[in-house]
Design a protein around this ligand. Sequence first.
Ligand code: PNS
Length: 154
Amino acid sequence: MKTLVYAGSFDPITLGHLNIIERASHLCDELVVLLSSSKNKNYQFTIEQRQNFLKESTESIKNVRVDSFGGLLADYMQKNSYTCLLRGLRGPKDWYLEETMFITNKALSGNLETLCLLASPKYRHISSSLVKELTPHLVDWKKFVPPCVEKCLK
Ligand code: PNS
């Protein structure tokens, strides 16, 4: 069974993430959407909220499973015998970060591969940071986030 693991903070999940999840779900048997929580990071949404957003917005995609982890991604992958990470690329800035992450993960666990999907032009500008920046303002959330997040932001 081919499993892809799409890890992130998802603080919160955006339409860009969701588009990557939907497209990747056709490329594998199982897609694990993995919620990362680090003690050293400050999140706008709690782990429960972020997990609920992920579950609610992906519930219609049959081969998606939501899981969470703390610590090293390479350890999670090894422990679960998964070998392929999925990342979304919005542009050159993402590429530099992803390359570093790829090399680091390879150094930690030699058999880890990373599959990158290019963001659809429609969602290329969307990020969780942008959503957080817009949070105090009254904007049309439908353009940025799935309905469950929209409800919470409103
Ligand atoms: O939401 P993000 O910033 O895209 O998530 C990045 C994530 C969670 C994949 C990355 O920060 C991560 O792997 N964190 C776990 C710590 C780790 O394994 N670090 C070394 C690999 S770069």
